[in-house]
Design a binder for this molecule. Sequence first.
Ligand SMILES: Cc1ncc(COP(=O)(O)O)c(C=O)c1O
Length: 388
Amino acid sequence: MASLRFLPPPQSQNLNSLSTDFVNRRVSYPQQQLNFTKITALTNSDSSSPLLDSKTQVLDVVPLLSSSEAYERLKTFREKIKGKQQYLAMYSSIFGGITTDPAVMVIPMDDHMVHRGHGVFDTAAIMDGYLCSLDQHLDRFLNSALRSKIDPPFDRENIRRILIQTVSASKCRNGSLRYWLSAGPGDFQLSPSGGHESALYAIVIKDLSPAVVTPESRGVKVITSSIPIKHPMFAVTKSVNYLPNVLSKMEAEEAGAFVGIWLDNEGFVAEGPSMNVAFVNKEKELIMPHFDKILSGCTAKRVLALAECLLKQGKLTGIRVKNVTVEEGKEADEMMLIGSGVLVCPVVQWDEQVIGDGKEGHITQALFDLIVEDMKSGPPIVRTLVPY
Ligand SMILES: Cc1ncc(COP(=O)(O)O)c(C=O)c1O
C-alpha cells in the first residue's frame, strides 16, 4: 500500500527535502475548511525508507474504532513498548478499583491534571515488601493538595489504605509507587468550579534497569541551571508542573552533566530538578539549604536525622540547615544530591569546579549506607509492611 501523508499548503512547505518519487495532489476537505496537499508515494512505499520517518507516515483515513478495537490497540501499544519500566497495578478513583492490565491504566482527557496541570503527586519506594517513608510522603502529598486547592476524594486513612492495597495487588516487592490527586475530570474549563469531583490515581512500577549504583559509577557532574527556578509558592508544592525541572535536566544532559543546580532569587543554592543538595564544609559540618523556597525532601529530612549518629561518632562537627552560597558550595569538601530517586549521590564536579578531591567523600558514603540501611531495616515510622 502506498504511504500517504498530509502537509501544509505548498507555499509554506519546503519540498526540496522530499523524494522525487512523490507527486503532489491537491485535496480539499470541505467539512474541516482545510486545504492540504496530499502527497502519495508512487514507488517508494517501504515504511523503513530513510525518507519517511514515523512522524510523516500518516494514514489517509483515520479509522473510527469501536471500544473493543480501541482496547485491542491500547493493548498492542503497551505490549510493543519495551521500556525500562513495567506497570504492575493501577488504582483509579474514576473506575473505583485496581487493575493489573496496563492497557487500561489511563486517565480521562478532560481531567484538569491533563489539560491545566491542576494536580499534585508523590512517590514511595517499595523495598523488600515494605513501603519506605509512606507517611512522610503522604503528609507532603496532602499538603501539596491543600496548597493547590484540591479537596481529596477520600480522607488520609482511606488514601493510605488504597495505596497499600494497590501495592499488594501488584505483588511488587521492589519497585516504586507513584500517586496523584487531581482536580478531576468534567470539562475543559480553567477552574474546576464546575462541581466535578477530584480524582486519585496510583501506579506501581517495577524498574527493569540494571542496578544503578556501583562504587565506580558513583560521582556525578552538575552544572548551574540557567532555567529559571520556580517561585517559592510553587517550588514547595509537588504539583505536576515539572516543565522547568524537565528543561533543567535536559539542559544538564546536553552539557554532559547529570543535573542542573538551581539558585534561589537571592543567589543561594536551592535544589536540583528532582532532588535536594547538601554539602560537607571544611569544618566537617553537614550543611543543607532551608526548605522554605524548595521542595521539602523526605529523603533529605531523613538524612538530617540519620546524620546525628555521625555527629555522635565525631565524624561530623555540626548539622546545619542554612543559606548556602555558591562559593561555600563549590569550596566544600563534599557535595551530594539527595532524593528518593538517587538516595545520596556524590557530586564530584560543579561547573568547572572539582569538589574536594574529585572523589566520593567519606560522609557522603556513610550517609548513603545509613539511608539504605534505614530503608532495609529502619523503624516502623519509615517502613510500612505491605500485606501481600
Ligand atoms: C524538586 C524536587 N526537589 C527535591 C526532591 C526530593 O524529594 P524526596 O526526597 O522526597 O524524593 C524531589 C523529588 O521528589 C523534587 O522533585
